[in-house]
Write a protein that binds this ligand. Structure first.
Ligand code: B12
Length: 217
């Protein structure tokens, strides 16, 4: 049923992608289905087309822009419908680490957390360790989430975690840090001292919920 949306992502057609999200909202198509059955598979296909030389990097960029536009339109629509409660009790700071500009998976996770009443501060992409630390001081989050899609930027997660753990004040010691993104594994997460890891946004949400329950019990 999502043929049109997939086409709009492949061709990088931002207005069409946004229009389709509005149409789905009118038909009450669940957000989860749009993301899981259209947006993620389209971006995966784009990745395959890039590997087989059917897509150039500019095509990938245009598709990523349309996928992001669709995600933003979903966010806007959810807010209009009043589905998103802006201030949740649990606060999350999230960002893609320094050197990495991939944002689709991270944005999906942000939206999913927001849709589940978390208070999310999305720092964007190419976020330095210092910026994470400043944001922790400013927003006092319960969870910090780091995303990386490149083998080369995975190690930046280790640096960010070391920097956070080096701060000795109370707001830093109680924080739980979760990592994720394409090349990240649970072994790597343990090795760099992260508290949690998940390989998709829905498992990440489950992990956060479990860890809030543990904290409150
Ligand atoms: C789109 C894309 C781009 C776009 C990004 C646009 C954007 N706004 O995001 C552009 C064109 C800019 C790009 C650039 C590059 N890319 Co690129 N890109 C991709 C592509 C095709 C899709 C990534 C994506 O969005 N996937 C969909 C999302 C939904 O998946 P995801 O990010 O993995 O997120 C899910 C989970 O991982 C998890 N998750 C994500 N973050 C987090 C965080 C936490 C805390 C948790 C718990 C979970 C979690 O939840 C998400 C949802 O379930 C992949 C190939 C692929 N099939 O993955 C290559 C890929 C990631 N890119 C790659 C490369 C090499 C590059 C470049 C270096 C290319 C170049 N030579 O310039 C540059 C790097 C630029 C930079 N400095 O970051 C490689 C990485 C190889 C590696 N492992 O190191 C890949 C794998 C392609 C390949 N097979 O070679 N890329």
């Amino acid at each position: 049923m999502f043929k049109d949306l997939k086409e709009s992502i492949y061709s990088g057609n931002v207005p069409r992608a946004q229009e389709l999200i509005q149409e789905y909202a009118l038909r009450r198509v669940p957000t989860k289905r749009i993301i899981e059955e259209a947006i993620i598979p389209s971006i995966e296909d784009v990745g395959k087309k890039f590997l087989t030389d059917d897509f150039f990097i500019t095509d990938v960029l245009l598709s990523a822009r349309a996928a992001n536009a669709a995600l933003r339109a979903i966010e806007k629509q959810d807010r209009l419908d009043g589905k998103v409660m802006i201030k949740g009790r649990t606060r999350v700071v999230i960002g893609t680490v320094h050197g990495d500009i991939h944002n689709i998976g991270k944005t999906m996770l942000s939206l999913l957390l927001e849709a589940n009443n978390f208070d999310v501060i999305d720092l964007g992409v190419d976020v330095t360790g210092e910026k994470f630390v400043k944001s922790i001081i400013k927003y006092k989050p319960d969870f910090v989430m780091l995303s990386a899609l490149l083998m080369t930027t995975m190690n930046e997660m280790r640096c960010v975690i070391d920097l956070i753990r080096k701060q000795n004040t109370k707001e830093f010691t109680k924080i739980k840090i979760m990592v994720g993104g394409g090349p990240v594994t649970s072994e790597f997460a343990k090795e760099i001292g992260a508290d949690g890891y998940a390989d998709d946004a829905y498992s990440a949400l489950e992990w956060v919920k479990e860890n809030i329950e543990l904290k409150n019990s």
